[in-house]
Design a protein around this ligand. Structure first.
Ligand code: ATP
Length: 238
């Protein structure tokens, strides 16, 4: 397996508070890799650091053969790493189509952009039906689709999704998870952060469990689903 992303001994702090305390993990090309863990474990901090929004105190980030830890955020997007953030951050007054176009802000190939907008509408038909409406009129699940669609508009090599199922109905959550499976089948490499461990691990090739800034366990999605400590701590079993 070729690793598209390799993180080695990464540390990230907010002032004196260290949120990520020396973690190492890999994301293989074409696979879904998930970070699970409770609130405050450091998952979002990790994704924000990979995107260049936070500076690590130390450690190595190797993405597609290039060291990322000193590259500014806007360059990281052009290297092929896209981030659909926690809380979605869509622009509610702009239309759905304008929100999608924002994801292509670094591209100049208008034919390719039009093609990718159409692809987003194929993946999420509701976005196509409502393309001229303000994004703020979408439901939470639809806004999640828009955030994913927007991240895909940079034609990333790696798509990072932070808690895509947060606040969604079970049906909408299933739909988002099914989309992740579909994206993987199309060849996309995905790094997923989820609190819904059952759903996320079921579709993951590899999983890492984070606890208070450390990775405490890793294995295939299937292995982690069978693991007793994971079942107790993250799947709500006694
Ligand atoms: P959640 O699912 O709640 O987002 P998480 O695993 O993503 O949890 P982080 O958001 O990465 O965790 O937070 C890791 C730690 O860093 C927590 O203790 C949190 O309080 C702290 N933290 C996060 N953002 C900041 C900030 N801007 N300033 C100071 N501390 C922060």
């Amino acid at each position: 397996m070729t690793a598209l992303l390799e993180v080695e001994d990464l540390r990230v702090a907010y002032g004196k508070i260290e949120a990520v305390k020396g973690i190492s993990f890999k994301v293989n090309q074409g696979e879904v890799t998930t970070l699970i863990g409770t609130n405050g474990a450091g998952k979002t901090t990790t994704l924000r650091t990979l995107s260049g929004l936070l500076k690590p105190t130390s450690g190595k980030i190797l993405f597609d053969g290039a060291a990322l830890d000193t590259v500014p955020a806007h360059k990281i997007v052009s290297l092929g790493l896209a981030h659909s953030p926690e809380g979605r951050h869509i622009f509610p007054r702009m239309t759905i189509e304008e929100n999608l176009l924002l994801g292509a802000f670094l591209r100049k190939d208008s034919a390719g952009i039009t093609e990718d907008i159409e692809r987003a509408y194929t993946l999420f038909p509701i976005l196509g039906e409502r393309r001229k409406q303000a994004a703020g009129t979408l439901s939470g699940g639809e806004q999640q689709m828009l955030a994913m669609g927007r991240a895909l508009m940079s034609r990333p090599k790696l798509l990072m999704l932070d808690e895509p199922s947060m606040g969604l109905s079970p049906l909408m959550m299933q739909k988002i998870m099914a989309t992740i499976v579909e994206l993987k089948a199309s060849g996309m490499t995905i790094l997923l952060v989820e609190q819904n461990a059952q759903a996320a691990l079921s579709l993951s090739d590899q999983g890492y469990v984070m606890q208070t800034g450390h990775i405490v366990l890793n294995g295939t999605g299937a292995d982690l689903l069978r693991d007793e400590s994971v079942r107790k701590s993250y799947l709500g079993e006694d």
